[in-house]
Design a protein around this ligand. Structure first.
Ligand SMILES: [Zn+2]
Length: 108
């Protein structure tokens, strides 16, 4: 897993993920879509926005490890539609898994 190298500028383009690919990641990693906080299964709203090509992609957030550092822990975020609990998933895990399991080669 390649994490953000120390001191290197953050490259948001590395974290280009569309909602359908995020759903594929989640289906492969989570047994259920039920919210662990409220127990309801009302769906999850992903934080996404339209890019310049008109394609909706997930927003990648940058969480700094510490003040005055160039080291980030990029993540994606979504919330339970029922209770608003927020789930964050580390961007490197998602893009790493998606590159190892491109859509064409999955047979699940
Ligand atoms: Zn909930």
């Amino acid at each position: 897993m390649d994490s953000q190298p120390k001191g290197k500028p953050f490259d948001a383009a590395k974290y280009y993920v569309v909602p359908s690919e995020m759903i594929r990641y989640m289906a492969a990693h989570f047994d259920t879509t039920v919210c662990p906080q409220c127990g309801k299964d009302d769906g999850w709203e992903m934080d996404g926005q339209e890019n310049q090509e008109g394609v909706t992609q997930l927003i990648v957030y940058r969480l700094t490890y510490a003040e005055s550092t160039g080291i980030f822990r990029p993540f994606f975020s979504m919330n339970c539609s029922a209770c608003g609990s927020i789930r964050q998933i580390i961007g490197d895990n998602v893009v790493g898994w998606l590159s190892e399991k491109p859509k064409e080669s999955t047979n699940e």
